[in-house]
Design a protein around this ligand. Structure first.
Ligand code: XMP
Length: 516
């Protein structure tokens, strides 16, 4: 275990991911955690993340000198580097000179940290202060235009640090530097692999559920699919999956769950065909928030009814605890301030047909994993690539990609256009470069066109391909013109009611990814 101490910048999650890419398991802890608590976790190494740009900033988090006294190997990054320098008797000058973005770092003495790397490294910096003297006994490995000491190490006490951000993509050889620290200086062994995760989780799930009964809602997305497949591997038929087909899915998605997912996992699947119910509830509704509310409400009702049916049987057998499987990921856990090991217990009081004293215990086998790791676990479990590599898709589905009233006819239209766009993206090999590719039907807009000899009066669709890291911000994707052309030609030819294809070139902010 490697602990990444979060000093409040947005980089801690990225560092934790890079450590895992070096095949060493990592967890994030807040900087407010005491040194004793951190050491009690028995970490093989500790990494101090970036944070404020200056250790002199009012309210800047303090580093406890006891953490860097040599008991545990420590690596400081950016703020962590400066805090380490200060705590160990080096000198940090409050220069007020800032160094932001791309910089060239000159290697002075490679030591262990920078062994085998070029003498100049393009690196990503973001700091206000400068380490002007390394702590006694440390080797200075590198400098930069605005940092007299940009990297240092003390291999006897297994301490090292860099002023730049080796975890970001723009920093050359950043991963190797992290690996040098983890493998050479700290002596961590690269043993954390996807095979281990599956085995370990299967053990844990068995221990948690025992002979109990578990239920899992499948959405068609990757998280719930992988969570379900893991639990299925652990407890087999004690798990029942519920899939609510609300009729707002994309072409082929329901079949992928009902046929391909079942074939790959052997899971016991309970399908609820609720299309009519959802479409009836949505009839005449055009307001986006209203649509979301209706879809959310109906979904919970339908799911809970199915849940009650499945678990009612368990309760009749005298079982008091049932298990609800959820695909919660590590970023959700970190952001809600939770620890990595616990699973909360929730009581359902509003489920019709269940006894009051039946409690649900959550099973969250993905709560220590990042999205890209979840996909690898999915591959490991043999899930179909279409599910494992699926782009994020909103719960309300195509219901919020039809601008105007949602009807069966309009859904079918949009499904066809959307399928073409996805197919061409896949064919161009761009699936993994794009975060999401919504296609939006402007159902209440018509425009004039000409096709063959005739005038047409059809609907436009909007292509909304975006790149993003986490959906909080996004940019419109610069898809190659020939891919766009192919999509446009095919949609207007193959989807009779659509006579115009447009491209959304708005970033987020100010636009959101979805149109409603
Ligand atoms: P926006 O449109 O706000 O979307 O930029 C950000 C991300 O969230 C997805 N999204 C949803 N996901 N239920 C979901 O599960 C929802 O109601 C919902 N609305 C938006 C959206 O697809 C994008 O990935």
């Amino acid at each position: 275990l490697v602990l990444v101490v979060d000093f409040g910048a947005q980089y801690a999650q990225l560092i934790a991911r890079r450590v895992r890419e070096a095949k060493v398991y990592s967890e994030i802890v807040p900087h407010t955690m005491s040194t004793e608590e951190m050491l009690a976790k028995n970490p093989r190494a500790i990494i101090l993340s970036g944070g404020p740009s200056s250790v002199y900033e009012p309210g800047a988090p303090q580093l406890d000198a006891a953490l860097v006294d040599g008991r545990v190997p420590v690596f400081g990054i950016c703020y962590g580097f400066m805090a380490m320098a200060q705590a160990l008797g080096g000198e940090v000058a409050h220069t007020g000179q800032r160094e932001y973005g791309r910089t060239h770092v000159s290697v002075l003495e490679p030591g262990t940290l920078l062994a085998g790397l070029p003498t100049t490294l393009t690196s990503w910096m973001s700091h206000g202060d400068e380490v002007v003297a390394a702590p006694p006994g440390f080797t200075v490995n590198a400098r930069s235009p605005r940092a007299t000491v940009a990297a240092f190490e003390e291999t006897d006490r297994r301490l090292a640090g860099v002023q730049w951000h080796p975890e970001v993509l723009h920093s050359e050889h950043g991963q190797r530097i992290l690996e040098h620290f983890l493998w050479e200086i700290a002596g961590c062994r690269p043993t954390w692999t996807m095979v281990n995760i599956v085995d370990e989780q299967v053990e844990r799930i068995r221990a948690q559920i025992g002979q109990g009964r578990a239920i899992c809602g499948l959405s068609g997305g990757v998280d719930s699919a992988v969570a379900a497949a893991l639990v299925q591997r652990a407890i087999g038929d004690q798990l029942t999956c519920v899939f609510v087909d609300h009729g707002l899915l994309r072409k082929g998605e329901a079949e992928q769950v009902e046929r391909d997912f079942v074939a790959a996992t052997g899971v016991d699947l309970h399908v609820v065909d609720a299309e009519k119910r959802f479409l009836d509830a949505l009839a005449g509704v055009t307001d986006p928030e209203e649509k979301r509310k209706i879809i959310g409400r109906e979904f919970i009702r339908v799911f809970e009814a199915a849940e009650a049916e499945v678990l009612g049987a368990a309760a009749e057998d005298g079982e008091k605890v049932a298990f609800l499987v959820q695909g919660t990921l590590y970023p959700d856990v970190v952001e809600s301030g939770g620890g990595a090991g616990t699973s909360n217990i929730k009581s359902h009081h509003n489920v019709g047909g269940l006894p009051d004293d039946l409690e649900f215990e959550l099973v969250e086998p993905l709560r220590t994993l990042f999205k890209d790791e979840v996909r690898l676990v999915g591959e490991q479990l043999g899930l179909p690539a279409e599910i494992v590599w699926r782009h994020p898709f909103p719960g309300p589905g195509l219901g919020i990609r039809i601008i105007g009233e949602v009807t069966r006819e309009r859904l079918d239209l949009l499904r066809e256009a959307d399928a073409i766009a996805r197919e061409e993206l896949t064919k161009a090999g761009l699936d993994r470069d794009i975060w999401q590719f919504p296609v939006v039907l402007l159902a209440d807009v018509r425009s004039v066109g000409v096709q063959g000899d005739g005038r047409t009066y059809g609907h436009p669709v909007v292509l909304r391909p975006v790149t993003s890291e986490d959906a909080m911000t996004a940019d419109w994707a610069r898809l190659p013109y020939d891919v766009l052309e192919q999509i446009s030609t095919r949609i207007t030819n193959e989807v009779a009611e659509v006579n115009r294809v447009t491209l959304d070139i708005t970033s987020k902010p100010p636009g959101t990814i979805e149109w409603e």
